[in-house]
Unconditional design. Structure first.
Length: 320
């Protein structure tokens, strides 16, 4: 069932969520978000024929606000989220009694600024107002902070969920431990199968897990940094695995039923003991920044040394 059909059922039931994460391909995000707005605002849940639906399609419904405001760059800013905060407390001014905010975040979940707008949005998600609905489109739901994700209902357009990917791999005979790691990183079953066939991903996973469990300070960082730097086969994968494990550690604490790494529970408990939820989320952003510098020609050894120092500092500052 596609996202629009799922939403129609949810709204028709009279018990819709106040916020949804729409997982979809970037190419369909804008049109799909408009369809979501129609379902929330149309008396017939998106008939495409009424005045409300036509206004939404034309982009001139005053109570349907689309973000980011800069459609050329398509990058969500703090100013965009501030606009949402200010407008969400206002009464509807067009037709009906609903206000809808659609957010195309397909280009905005990584890089400088992503942590800031997500934290600002979190306040609104924590204190939802009646008759205000927020739809956030992303390519991968788990690229969002888990604190944001846990306050939204996730709907996927034409894509198998990570849990379903994992179950499919296990059903086809892959070891559960490998299936769980691949599903946490993959976009679909085909992608996951390619990952399972590449042992370097699991080498990277093991090194990343060892680092997150055993590196308690800058004094204990050297063996882990050296092991990663000496293993050329994992250098392009290690940051991704560090991010996956930290995200899973947050999921384990906030939404344990969504955690994929069920066969790594003790290891995750060790990571949770080392890094608070806040620390884990801050370090994920540090990983994104490190990856960006590496893509711009940064030296891997220098960057991984710097990252280890930053991780230890964040771990100390964010102890709760």
């Amino acid at each position: 069932m596609n996202v629009t059909s799922q939403l129609q059922q949810l709204f028709a039931s009279g018990k819709p969520s106040h916020a949804y994460v729409i997982e979809c391909q970037k190419s369909v995000a804008k049109s799909l978000l408009l369809d979501c707005a129609k379902v929330a605002m149309c008396q017939n849940y998106g008939c495409n024929n009424c005045v409300t639906c036509k206004k939404i399609s034309q982009g001139n419904h005053a109570d349907c606000i689309s973000l980011p405001t800069d459609t050329q760059k398509n990058k969500l800013t703090v100013a965009d989220v501030q606009l949402l905060v200010e407008e969400s407390i206002k009464r509807p001014v067009d037709s009906g009694n609903v206000r809808v905010f659609t957010i195309d975040a397909t280009d905005s979940v990584t890089g400088v600024g992503s942590a800031i707008w997500q934290n600002k949005l979190l306040k609104t998600l924590e204190e939802p107002l009646p008759n205000v609905y927020i739809f956030v489109a992303v390519q991968n739901a788990h690229s969002l902070f888990n604190t944001v994700l846990s306050r939204c209902q996730v709907l996927t357009e034409g894509r198998t969920s990570p849990k379903e990917v994992c179950n499919q791999l296990v059903a086809e005979g892959f070891l559960p431990q490998y299936a769980q790691v691949a599903a946490a990183l993959a976009t679909d079953v085909a992608h996951a199968k390619k990952l399972v066939a590449d042992n370097s991903y699991f080498d990277a996973f093991n090194l990343a897990m060892d680092m997150l469990r055993g590196m308690t300070s800058t004094k204990t960082a050297l063996p882990y940094v050296s092991a990663i730097c000496q293993n050329a086969g994992v250098q392009d994968k290690i940051l991704g695995m560090l991010s996956v494990i930290l995200h899973q550690s947050v999921t384990y604490r906030l939404q344990p039923d969504l955690c994929l790494l069920v066969d790594y529970e003790q290891q995750l408990l060790d990571v949770c003991a080392n890094y608070s939820i806040q620390a884990a989320l801050v370090i994920v952003e540090k990983l994104n920044q490190t990856n960006k510098r590496l893509q711009n020609g940064g030296n891997f050894t220098v960057e991984i040394d710097k990252l280890a120092i930053e991780m230890s500092e964040v771990k100390y500052r964010c102890r709760i």
